[in-house]
Design a protein around this ligand. Sequence first.
Ligand code: ZN
Length: 359
Amino acid sequence: MGWGEEAERRLNEIANCSAGGEGVTRFPFTQQHMAANEIIRSWMSKAGLTTRVDAAGTLIGRREGSAGHKTFLIGSHQDSVRNGGRYDGTMGIVVACLAMEKLARDRTMLPFSVELLAFADEEGVRFPTALLGPRALAGTVDQAVLRMADRDGITLADALRTFGGDPNEVVNLKRECGETLGYLEVHIEQGPVLERENTPIGIVTGICGIERNFVTFTGETGHAGTVPMTERRDTLVAAAEFITAVENAARRAEDLCATVGSLVLKPDVANAIPCLCKLTLELRSPRDGDRSRFADWARDTGHTISSRRTWILPWSALTSNLLCRVRIGWLTLCRELQARLAIALRITPLPWPIFARFP
Ligand SMILES: [Zn+2]
């Protein structure tokens, strides 16, 4: 069996560790997670790695390099969204395990140590927080998240304890730059570009920063048959104009994605004019400045549309509501690592969003 076939076999094997239903459902610190970790542990052992679980529930397989050298981190997340795909996350673990197995089989010596990480949580589906394992390594865990509870009232700290983790030790997992060489993850592309380009693999050059804005249009409800069309304060129509304006602007912008993915209407019935429309506007860009400027423009546009369409104190209505910005800054990936990967994969650089592809 070739390496590719073995990767596929392993991806199918671990996809069975699922809570049932369509696709893969594997939340952190559950029976399914436990079963998946047993399988991953066996792959790590087969690759000659020494395994352990850290305080944040990350399964780690280590290969020791020569003394005094830094550690290179590879891996991905083992958890899934509800009814998720079988390649998301586990692909990065399976491929990393096979790469380490190949190195061991070929008796290839490396001038550094390698740690293969299978993170417990990335998706943030079970608990209203995400990335506990990676944040712990980066030293950015907010202790408050450990008190967050899932739908059954079980806190993240308790779930971690039953899994052999230690909530009190999570803050001590931080890796220093001086001991860490870098981090590399293979991940399924969650978009159509590589397939459309008939390209098997690409190198990511950066990770987009994200912000979520919560926008509320406030108008006035009324009967669908008695309020004349010219005298309406219809918030859904205002929102529709806003969404279209945002889409048009985002299409013209460079390297920016704008998505209105959630909409709440009141009173949400067939024969009444909507008096309230709440929506989310998520913005992503590899440049924080571009993203921030777009958000400012969107807010101004929302105000303008609101003042024309809904008539009700548009500035204060939108100013007070367009405030909930959740922001995560962008990251650029190490250029030297990009260059080395490009040579290893025989890839030529391409501009965003493909970044790179086979010649
Ligand atoms: Zn993923």
